[in-house]
Design a protein around this ligand. Structure first.
Ligand code: HEM
Length: 153
C-alpha cells in the first residue's frame, strides 16, 4: 500500500511540476513570431483546458496520498521530520495559488477568449503566467525537499 501511495504521490508531482516547466520554460518562449496575435490566446486556451484537469487530479491526489502516508506509514504528524512539514506547508500554498489561478484568472481568460475580447484576455493571461511561475519555483523546491528529506540530519 505504501508503494502505491508513494507512486501516486510522486506521479502527481511529476505531472504538475513537469507540466508547468514545459508550459513556462519551453512553450511560452516558442510561440511569439510563429503565431499571429489572435491565435496565441486561442492556443493557450486550448493548452490550459487540457492541462488544468490534470492539475486538479494532482491537487486532490498529493494531499490525500501525503496524509495517508503520514498517518499510515509514519504514525502521525508528530512523527514526521521537518522536510514533510515544509512540503505540506509549501504544498498548501501551491494548492491555494492554483485555486486562485483557476477561479479568477483562468475563468476571466477563458470567457474573454471565447467572446473574442483579446484586449481583456491579455491581463488575465499575465495573471496565469505569474502564478505558474511562482508555483513552478515552489514545486521544484518541494520536489527537492520531498526527495532529499529522508537524508537530512
Ligand atoms: C499536503 C501536501 C503534502 C503532504 C502531506 C505530503 C506528504 C509526503 C510524505 C509523507 C512523503 C514521504 C516522505 C518520506 O517518507 O520520506 C512525501 C514524499 C514526497 N513528496 Fe509530498 N506531500 C505533500 C505535497 C507535495 C507536493 C506539492 C509535492 C510536489 C509538487 C510533493 C512531492 C513529493 C516528493 C517528490 C516526495 C519524495 C518521494 C520519494 O522520493 O520517496 N509533495 N510527501
Amino acid at each position: 500500500m505504501t508503494m502505491i501511495l508513494l507512486a501516486l504521490h510522486v506521479l502527481s508531482a511529476l505531472v504538475w511540476v513537469g507540466g508547468m516547466f514545459f508550459a513556462y520554460v519551453v512553450l511560452r518562449p516558442s510561440i511569439p513570431g510563429i503565431e499571429p496575435a489572435p491565435e496565441r490566446p486561442r492556443l493557450w486556451r486550448r493548452v490550459f483546458a487540457r492541462f488544468f484537469p490534470w492539475v486538479w487530479v494532482a491537487v486532490f491526489t498529493l494531499p490525500t496520498t501525503g496524509y495517508a502516508l503520514i498517518f499510515g506509514l509514519h504514525g502521525g504528524m508528530a512523527d514526521v521530520g521537518l522536510s514533510v512539514h515544509l512540503m505540506q506547508g509549501l504544498g498548501w500554498v501551491m494548492f491555494l495559488l492554483f485555486g486562485h489561478l483557476y477561479f479568477a484568472s483562468w475563468r476571466r481568460f477563458r470567457t474573454s477568449v471565447d467572446a473574442g475580447d483579446f484586449q481583456a484576455a491579455g491581463p488575465a493571461l499575465a495573471g496565469i503566467r505569474k502564478i505558474v511561475a511562482i508555483n513552478l519555483v515552489l514545486g521544484l523546491i518541494v520536489v527537492i525537499i520531498g526527495a532529499t528529506g529522508r537524508y537530512w540530519p
